[in-house]
Design a protein. Structure first.
Length: 228
């Protein structure tokens, strides 16, 4: 049976709209994370406040993508690569939303840190935040461009970010024992480092879904095994 051309066009329009919302959501999450990190590093409470405010719009987009994605599945019953693209969009949005959540967590911790004199140990966070941000950006680019090699490179970088977080936590814990007066500040830095490590985890999940969408390959357990 030949599917009428106008139905295919309608599906293409629906899929394009779904991807557009997903990219808008990713852009907001990236902006929120960037604002939170600049608010931390530049001690700028206004940027932290803007990062927190972004979260509501990100949450609403996740709900919309979820609703529209399942409506596309029910209405058009796509198959093969079209089906993978819709499923991947539905799966990507929760990971993007959680990046937004981590940005909010970082912004809230940053505002607490900004009330006190700066800690030199903040420098431990600088390479971690740059690494996590690059993983997130690359994971979205891999999805948009259907670039399997880039997606694999994101997955391979997750262990390095884990190691960076572990090393920072060890140093900050040692400082907590040496300088109890700054205990809360060091603890907030530990939680910020952990939030960035989780950004890397979500970026890895996005990259894995990008591979599935582009190449019909499930690499989730392969990524996990490679990191052990």
């Amino acid at each position: 049976m030949v599917i009428p051309k106008h139905i295919l066009g309608t599906f293409d329009e629906a899929l394009t709209a779904l991807r557009k919302d997903l990219l808008m959501m990713a852009g907001l999450a990236e902006r929120s994370l960037d604002r939170a990190l600049k608010g931390l590093l530049q001690r700028n409470d206004d940027l932290c406040t803007h990062a927190i405010a972004d979260d509501e719009e990100i949450d609403q987009l996740e709900k919309q993508i979820d609703k529209d994605g399942f409506e596309i599945l029910l209405r058009y019953q796509p198959v093969a690569s079209d089906l993978r693209r819709v499923i991947s969009a539905i799966k990507l949005s929760p990971n993007i939303e959680r990046v937004g959540d981590q940005a909010t967590n970082i912004a809230k911790r940053a505002r607490k840190l900004n009330r006190h004199p700066p800690l030199p140990e903040l420098e431990l966070i600088v390479p971690i935040q740059a690494y996590a941000m690059s993983m997130f950006k690359d994971s979205i680019n891999a999805y948009v461009r259907e670039n399997v090699d880039l997606a694999h490179s994101v997955c391979s970088r997750d262990k390095q970010l884990d190691d960076m977080n572990r090393d920072a936590n060890k140093k900050l814990t040692e400082r907590m024992m040496e300088d109890s007066e700054q205990l809360r500040g060091y603890f907030n830095l530990i939680l910020i480092s952990r939030a960035l490590e989780r950004v890397g985890d979500h970026a890895t999940n996005i990259a894995e879904d990008a591979v599935y969408a582009a190449a019909a390959e499930d690499i989730r357990h392969k990524s996990l095994a490679a990191s052990v």
